[in-house]
Design a protein around this ligand. Structure first.
Ligand SMILES: NC(=O)c1ccc[n+]([C@@H]2O[C@H](COP(=O)([O-])OP(=O)(O)OC[C@H]3O[C@@H](n4cnc5c(N)ncnc54)[C@H](O)[C@@H]3O)[C@@H](O)[C@H]2O)c1
Ligand SMILES: O=C(O)C(=O)C[C@@H](O)[C@H](O)[C@H](O)COP(=O)(O)O
Ligand SMILES: [Zn+2]
Length: 366
């Protein structure tokens, strides 16, 4: 097992990564509030891992309530928050309860927001079971749900009490979901960790084969890179926006093509390639660097073609991006591999050139 810490003063918490952790009551005990526990999971994950977690929590003397939502992005709605809070109230759960998010990023985001809102805030733990959730969504306290007009539009910054990533759960993760998580891993290399990007170029075969040591390395390095950013800027006053590389385009792809058509990581992979294209048009990166990014995404089996939607549709969803300031969309661009830049003065003509290029020749590379 490896353990890291997210240092946020009184809101600090550990991240534990390793095999068999769902059965390790000593990881759970220090993070739980005194009262009962609700496990929030989804219809795919619950049959696989809920019984084991339930048993661990009961061995700590806890009363346990199970709440199971339909699997998939379609559940990331306010209706799910209503469902969870309704079940908590019916079971008589008070402010001394804890919620355990057992699942991928969808469950983590929903359960985290339910924890932030229920009786104005109760304890919660992240027990991520997808690669994407282990490397990204379980860490940093961004919680929330979608709105038909935009992704993650309703939510809160609310930190978990612990992140407990049982790497054994990755054994059952479908291949497409595994690959989806890799785009967020590649993102860390691009925004702040050139050495990690090079390591991924050299070890992608081992990663794709789910080699144990390679998986431990990418999860640990990703969590460390994310924790470093979150510690310096918890609520995205500035720096944290770099974690959004590829997301301005990516969120537009997810929303405009209907939530769930593209997995989040797939949309982010395409979005990162589009952001690299825009960075090259603005002479921030060289074509050779753009080629390396494209090659690594392809090597990870991720999609690189943007869906053919009207450019006006892309622009409509990009306009509501939460990073916009004074009506001006801000982009996360690359100044090289390993260095991100947050910029609010991208000429609209350049953005439209990138969008047109992807719509015309499908991959956006002239
Ligand atoms: N809060 C954040 O900082 C943050 C960061 C990145 C992404 N996100 C959000 O995370 C979501 C995507 O998360 P995701 O990719 O984990 O998707 P997901 O939660 O939908 O999980 C993917 C699929 O795999 C299934 N699954 C999960 N674990 C499994 C396992 N071990 N074995 C078999 N099946 C399993 C799930 O039931 C689901 O069908 C998006 O909504 C995205 O916006 C949030
Ligand atoms: O933690 C962050 O900060 C991120 O931006 C991580 C992203 O990978 C993640 O998709 C996040 O949910 C996006 O947040 P949003 O504020 O752009 O909705
Ligand atoms: Zn993301």
């Amino acid at each position: 097992m490896q353990s890291l810490r997210v240092d946020l003063g009184s809101r600090s918490y550990p991240i534990h990564i390793g095999p068999g952790l769902i059965g390790d009551k000593d990881r759970f005990a220090p993070a739980l509030a005194p009262g009962p526990v609700a496990i929030i999971s989804d219809s795919n994950v619950a049959p696989l891992y809920l019984e084991a977690l339930d048993k661990t929590l009961r061995s700590l003397g806890k009363t346990v309530l199970n709440i199971i939502l339909p699997a998939g992005e379609g559940s990331k709605t306010l209706a799910s928050i209503q469902e969870i809070t309704g079940q908590l109230l019916s079971a008589g759960f008070g402010r001394d309860c804890s919620l355990c998010a057992l699942g991928g990023g969808v469950i983590g985001d929903i359960a985290g927001f339910a924890a932030a809102a229920y009786q104005r805030g109760v304890a919660y733990l992240q027990v991520p079971t997808t690669l994407l959730a282990m490397v990204d969504s379980s860490v940093g306290g961004k919680t929330g749900v979608n709105h038909p007009l935009g992704k993650n539009m309703i939510g809160a910054f609310y930190q978990p009490r612990a992140v407990i990533a049982d790497t054994d759960t990755l054994d059952t993760l479908p291949e497409r979901e595994f690959r989806s998580g890799l785009s967020e891993v590649i993102k860390y290399g691009l925004i702040s960790d050139q050495g990690f990007f090079s390591w991924l170029e050299d070890h992608m075969d081992a990663v794709m084969a789910r080699d144990t040591a390679a998986l431990m390395h990418i999860i640990e390095r990703s969590c460390a890179d994310k924790a470093e950013v979150v510690t310096r800027d918890e609520q995205e006053g500035g720096l944290r926006a770099i974690l959004n590389l590829g997301h301005t385009f990516g969120h537009a792809i997810e929303a405009a093509s209907g939530y769930g058509t593209f997995l989040h990581g797939e949309a982010v992979a395409i979005g990162i390639i589009m952001a690299a294209d825009l960075s090259r048009r603005l002479d921030l990166i060289r074509e050779s660097e753009q080629d390396r990014i494209y090659a690594l995404m392809e090597g990870a089996g991720l999609p690189t073609l943007a869906p053919r939607l009207p450019v006006t549709e892309y622009l409509r969803f990009m306009q509501v991006d939460k990073k916009a300031q004074g009506g001006q969309v801000r982009f996360i661009l690359l100044r090289g591999i390993g260095e991100a830049v947050i910029t609010g003065d991208v000429p609209p003509a350049a953005v439209i050139q990138t969008l047109n290029a992807f719509m015309e020749n499908e991959h956006g590379r002239d």
